[in-house]
Structure formats: C-alpha cells, structure tokens
Design a protein around this ligand. Structure first.
Ligand code: ADP
Ligand code: MG
Length: 322
C-alpha cells in the first residue's frame, strides 16, 4: 500500500465533512472558512510508543485517546471542536492496526463534528501527533487566569481511575477483574468534557483539564491567577470501581497525583453557583466542589479541619507526560 492509499483508505474514508472546510486532505494545505467575532483555539499532543503507551493498549483506544486528549484541551478553553490534523509515523503499513486506529479516531471526531483536514504520513518508530482547532466567541475566553479569592473549586467526573488502572496493570494494587476492566475503560477511553467546557464559558473564572493529577493542574491555575487554594481531600470524587476497593491514602494519591483523567477543574464565583446548577441540569456530567480559592498560601490540603503535611501536596511525578 502506498502512502496515498493509506491516507485515502483510513484517514479520508470514515469521516463526516463540515461546511466550513473548503479544501481538506487534497492539496498542499487545508483551507477552512472562519467567521467574524470568532477566535480559533489550537492545541497539539503527541503520543510515542513505549513512552505514552505500550502494546497493552488496543489500537482503537489509541485512536480514541489521541482525539480525546486534544479535545480535552479544547474543552478546558470552552472551545467548540472544528478541525484536526494528524501526523502519523509508523514502522510499517499494518492494515488491521490502521483499521482499528482510524475507527477509534473517526468515531470520537465524528461525535463532536470535528473533521480531519490534513496531516502527514511517514515511516519510522510509532509516533502519533494530533493538532486540534476549535472555535470560540471572542468575548468569552476561558483560561487558567481569572480565579479570585472566594471562588469555589470544582472538578468534573471522578478522579484517579486512569492512574489506578496503570497501577493495577503493573501489579502495584490488586483489584478484581471487573473493576480492572472499568478502570481500564477510563484509561483507554477518556471522555473529553466538551459540552461542560462550553457551558462554563460565561460562568467560570478559570479552567484547566486534569492530565497530570489535580494537585499539579490546579497549581497551574493558582500560578496563572496569582492566588492560593484550600482543597478538601475528603470531598474528592471517586468512581465505584475505586471506592472501598483500595486504601484511602492510595485513592487520594491517584486523584491528586495520577495522570490521564481528562476531567475539568474550574473555579466558580459564589454568585454564579446557582447558574452552574442550572447549566449542569442540561449536560449530564457530575461536578463536585472540592475546595476554595484563597488570596495566598499556595495549595493547601485539608482533611476536615486538619491540614495535611506539605509533602503530600508537593509530590512530583516524572511519569509519562513529560
Ligand atoms: P505534501 O507532501 O504536499 O505535504 P502529502 O503528500 O504529505 O502532502 O499529503 C497529501 C495530502 O494528504 C495532504 O493534503 C495532507 O494534508 C493529507 N494527509 C497526509 N497524511 C495524512 C493523514 N495521516 N491524515 C490526514 N490527511 C493526511
Ligand atoms: Mg506539498
């Protein structure tokens, strides 16, 4: 199979087209139409075999996850997904691998009406790089900067599942096969919180997606917003697969420092909490209030009234997301 047959069979076929794509996958560049009063949010993520994933990850999950991690970045900015570009480097043309990988990619991209408009296909060690572009109304930017003292800190979904799945694969924790499968589902098929991100645009003062653990990612908001925070660790949301099945300290460690959750962490002023409730009623994503922004003090963790030692806050991992 030639490079062009690969592109036509796996990356062109299988996707829906958008009205704003004037030229896609057919020339030296793709051409897209923009509209006035719209900004474009752009993000790129790379996944390298042996670094970000191993042979345990099914190719369908790779396709899904590559799209999901990029769309999660768009979600954190409140952007509406529009266009994707894929740079794929692979050691050989493996048609069954390509079939599965591209199916996983198109499935999630099509769900969010996001079109693969171009890319590059080369031979070499398996490396997947995706660029996603999304649309934003120019007067509604949602960034890491803007959290104010008194704002409430929320997270979506549940935390720590992906890190627990990895730990279980490595034999570091022991869970039953059903739980293992539930945790791996979250590791392999994360859900980008696109609808939530867009709903948060007029309400939240800041937002970020949680790819490196809540402690590290919330700290990015604190730094950019020049504030501190008090986090209630006993309020952290856990899935049924985690809750009661592993030690509380371990659960907390995965939530605070594990990676790959792709939930959103965001801040809401006291006066907008009611609006948040109303907005959430239409979305079907659970969110949990886990703390409050303070004027200073960095990130502090509390279990009820007891402050936890700063060693728990400062844990640094040199994991897969360098
Ligand atoms: P060029 O050499 O001009 O950069 P290529 O021959 O590499 O173009 O690619 C031909 C067309 O196919 C281009 O429009 C490019 O964007 C698209 N393309 C290449 N690889 C991919 C891919 N993996 N997914 C989607 N489109 C691709
Ligand atoms: Mg060219």
């Amino acid at each position: 199979m030639t490079e062009f047959e690969v592109i036509a069979s796996y990356f062109n076929a299988g996707q829906q087209s958008r009205g704003d794509v004037i030229l896609g996958q057919s020339d030296d560049c793709a051409i897209v139409r923009t509209t006035p009063q719209t900004h474009i949010a752009v993000t790129t993520d790379t996944m390298v075999a042996g670094v970000h994933f191993d042979e345990k990850v099914p190719p369908r999950a790779l396709g899904h996850k590559l799209v999901a991690v990029n769309l999660s970045d768009l979600a954190a900015m409140g952007a509406e997904p529009a266009w994707l570009s894929l740079a794929i480097t692979m050691p050989e043309v493996n048609t069954s691998w390509l079939e599965e990988f591209s199916a996983g990619l198109h499935e999630l991209a099509n769900y969010y009406n996001c079109q693969l408009i171009g890319g590059d296909t080369t031979r070499g060690p398996l490396t997947l790089t995706l660029t996603a572009q999304g649309l934003l109304p120019e007067d509604q930017l949602l960034t890491r900067r803007g959290a104010n003292p008194g704002d409430w800190i929320y997270v979506s979904g549940t935390l720590g599942d992906a890190a627990a799945a990895l730990a279980a694969q490595r034999g570091e924790i022991s869970v039953c096969p059903v739980q293992q499968q539930q945790l791996e589902e979250r590791l392999f098929y994360p859900t980008p919180r696109i609808t939530l991100g867009q709903a948060l645009r007029p309400i939240a003062t800041s937002a970020i997606d949680i790819s490196d653990g809540l402690a590290a990612d919330l700290s990015h908001i604190l730094k950019r917003s020049e504030v501190g925070a008090r986090l209630q660790v006993n309020n952290l949301p856990y899935s049924n697969a985690l809750n009661g099945n592993i030690a509380v300290e371990q659960q907390r460690h995965f939530a605070l420092h594990g990676g790959d959750d792709y939930e959103l962490c965001f801040t809401i002023p006291e006066a907008s909490r009611g609006t948040l409730e109303t907005a959430l009623a239409h979305i079907g994503v659970d969110v949990t209030c886990v703390g409050q922004i303070e004027a200073n003090g960095g990130l502090r963790l509390f279990d009820g009234d007891n402050e936890l030692p700063s060693s728990i806050v400062g844990y640094q991992h040199f994991g897969v997301n360098l």
